[in-house]
Design a protein around this ligand. Structure first.
Ligand code: SF4
Ligand code: SF4
Length: 320
């Protein structure tokens, strides 16, 4: 069960000078700022005084990004103090847990994508089969101690719709069912904010996130959660660069997506990777690769996958 609803009514947003606080958190590249801007514009459109602040600039995965949105009759400060967020919208599970202490204890609502993006510092042991330091706390354990909470596989929903990148819009749909603003204004602002070619896809994602909450209210529980999975672009034709003898993983590179930023080359602890003459990534020392996955996690363009070879191992840990 991924939803706790002790108060299924939408949050009242228009009473007096009662300032509402929405904290949006995630990691670089997830669209935290887009979500925050959409919300701020909607609040403005609805006649609220709005203050928004953000910390971002992480061009690669693994960096925390967060944004505060405060709205009401008159907002004096852009920052939400600890314990004062009415809504915490987390685009990554561990980031949601990290910021839980900002949520109002008695009335706060958590909305969280259950997807896991394991940061490199959670992978200090780089040997094969080692477990990562990523949180083991599950949605059910967290939500049952909150006033109100929604944990959904937004990334999985977005992937099914057609592109995992619209998971942020799925979460906007979920947020729209919690905040009492007209649905038309959400759709209008989203359409104005996203690239024209993706408007239909984003509106579909918005509807899916909104329906997820409405469905959960109708039946009194959350729709069946899809198995958690890490979203990836569909590789046109992944190229297997190496399959070292006696190793239980493959390093799969997709040069078409590599923009030659050099991040993986610099972060690989074993110095296995190089950029070739075309500035595309290549595995230069297959035997030295431990499958630690740091390159996979930090590549901003999803050009590297460390794929477990099920025929060679029974391990189920994150390590390939
Ligand atoms: S594989 Fe990814 S991290 Fe490595 S150079 Fe290419 S884009 Fe950068
Ligand atoms: S190539 Fe990637 S998986 Fe292999 S050792 Fe280097 S960082 Fe780790």
């Amino acid at each position: 069960m991924n939803v706790i609803e002790k108060d299924a009514a939408a949050i009242e947003v228009t009473t007096g000078n009662d300032v509402k606080n929405v904290l949006i958190v995630g990691v670089g590249g997830q669209g935290v700022i887009m979500v925050s801007k959409v919300l701020a514009l909607i609040c403005q459109d609805q006649g609220h005084n709005v203050k928004q602040s953000e910390v971002h600039g992480m061009a690669k995965r693994g960096g925390t990004v967060f944004s505060h949105v405060r709205f009401g009759e008159k907002v004096w400060s852009p920052t939400i103090p600890k314990g004062k967020a009415d809504i915490l919208l987390a685009m990554e599970w561990a980031e949601g847990l990290r910021w839980l202490n900002h949520l109002k204890k008695k009335t706060g609502t958590l909305i969280a994508d259950t997807q896991h993006i394991v940061p490199p510092f959670a992978c200090l042991d780089r040997t094969r089969g080692a477990s990562s330091g990523y949180t083991t706390q599950l949605p059910g354990d967290i939500l049952e101690n909150l006033h109100d909470g929604y944990a959904l596989d937004a990334t999985g929903i977005a992937t099914e719709i057609g592109n995992f990148r619209v998971s942020n819009t799925v979460l906007l749909g979920t947020l729209s069912a919690i905040l009492d603003f007209p649905v038309e204004i959400w759709r209008k602002v989203i359409s104005e904010m996203v690239p024209p070619a993706t408007i239909d896809l984003n509106l579909k994602a918005f509807d899916a996130g909104r329906s997820w909450v409405e469905e959960s209210r109708k039946v009194g529980k959350a729709p069946e959660a899809k198995p958690e999975k890490k979203a990836k672009k569909q590789a046109p034709a992944p190229k297997v660069d190496s399959k070292p003898v006696d190793k239980d993983f493959e390093l799969v590179l997709t040069p078409e997506w590599c923009k030659g930023c050099d991040i993986c080359v610099k972060v690989c602890p074993e110095r296995c990777l190089i950029l070739n003459a075309e500035h595309k990534v290549e595995l230069s020392k297959p035997d030295a690769c431990t499958g630690c996955r740091i390159c996979e996690w930090l590549c901003p363009d999803f050009a590297i996958d460390v794929v477990k070879d099920a025929t060679k191992t029974n391990q189920t840990s994150a390590s390939a």
